[in-house]
Design a protein around this ligand. Structure first.
Ligand code: 13P
Ligand code: SF4
Length: 303
């Protein structure tokens, strides 16, 4: 506790010196969410990165999030606490594979989940996050959509749109682990709880949800619902904001395995060090960034 207090003081000082802003995803460790200027889901954090007038953005999340921030704010310095914090789902799609698919479906538009590399975004018509996926797909002026990389979110969106979706086979290792059996066992233990679930979970698990949505949407739903108890089907870091917003309610994570190891690579010590050394920084080559930027900016414009 004493060490953390010192680290937090050092962080405040460095933030001022560098004119930096700290963005933290809801899946980050509590010690990071505590010191963030903004906590949020992927969508809110991308928006904050695009809007900030700070000189430095410290992005506490996984690599693609820092990269998206850099693409949206090319004149800012973007640093991340540890560059080994990647997203396995983002690595499940490659440029060659996507180009092949585009050649096979020349009339389709490419909608890419923000959980993807800058190179994939550069091959994309419009990006989306779990918060706006259905709206983004419906906004596209084509009946045919190539969807990368999350098959589970893709399946969820397909149920909510008339467009024909060609869905890539990627998935999130963390959310995809949750099974129907896990949820049924929790429901038996907590019969009064509502089940809230992220659409990165398997379709048969999502189908059990009393509510389905992005992390921000889940937090908002739990706050406003009349229920007092919830079974949560998303990453356990979300508990920080859930408990902050709804201190009188009880949250049971659906399993103890809903932990993204990549998100947890970051910690307060590494965060302070990154701002001290201004390393590691995110660089995106401008030829890639300029194309990727269009796909992200189109997403930010969808109402
Ligand atoms: P959201 O931030 O859109 O809820 O997505 C969850 C996620 O897996 C981020 O990596
Ligand atoms: Fe990637 Fe899943 Fe971790 Fe999000 S929770 S960063 S999608 S592995």
């Amino acid at each position: 506790a004493e060490q953390n207090r010192e680290l937090r003081e050092r962080l405040l000082q460095l933030k001022k010196e560098r004119n930096a802003i700290i963005l933290a995803h809801y899946y980050q460790r509590d010690e990071i969410q505590e010191v963030a200027d903004f906590r949020g889901d992927s969508f809110l954090l991308a928006q904050k990165a695009a809007q900030t007038d700070a000189d430095v953005i410290v992005f506490c999340g996984v690599h693609f999030m820092g990269e998206s921030a850099k693409i949206l704010a090319p004149n800012k310095t973007v640093i991340i606490p540890d560059e080994r914090a990647g997203c396995p789902m983002a690595d499940m799609v490659n440029v060659d594979g996507l180009r092949k698919l585009k050649a096979q479906h020349p009339n389709a538009k490419v909608v890419t989940y923000i959980n993807s590399s800058a190179e994939i975004k550069a091959e994309t018509d419009i990006c989306c996050t779990s918060a706006n996926a259905v709206r983004v797909v419906n906004s596209v002026d084509s009946d045919e959509i190539i969807w990368v990389p999350d098959k589970n979110l893709g399946h969820y969106v397909q149920q909510k749109t008339d467009k024909k979706m060609i869905i890539w086979e990627g998935y999130c290792n963390t959310h995809d682990m949750l099974t129907v059996k896990d949820v049924e066992e929790m429901r038996a233990k907590h019969p009064n709880a509502e089940f809230v679930v992220h659409p990165e979970c398997r379709p048969e698990v999502v189908a059990l949800g009393d509510f389905v949505g992005s992390t921000t949407a889940i937090i908002k739903y739990c706050k406003e619902s009349d229920a007092k108890e919830f079974i949560v089907g998303t990453e356990d870091g979300t508990g920080y904001q859930l408990r902050l917003d709804s201190p009188d309610k009880t949250f049971h994570f659906a399993t103890k395995y809903l932990v993204c190891p990549n998100m947890k690579v970051n910690n307060l010590k590494k965060l302070v060090k990154s701002l001290e050394t201004m390393q590691p920084q995110i660089y995106v080559p401008e030829d890639v960034a300029s194309k990727a930027r269009l796909s992200l900016e189109r997403m930010l414009q969808v109402k």
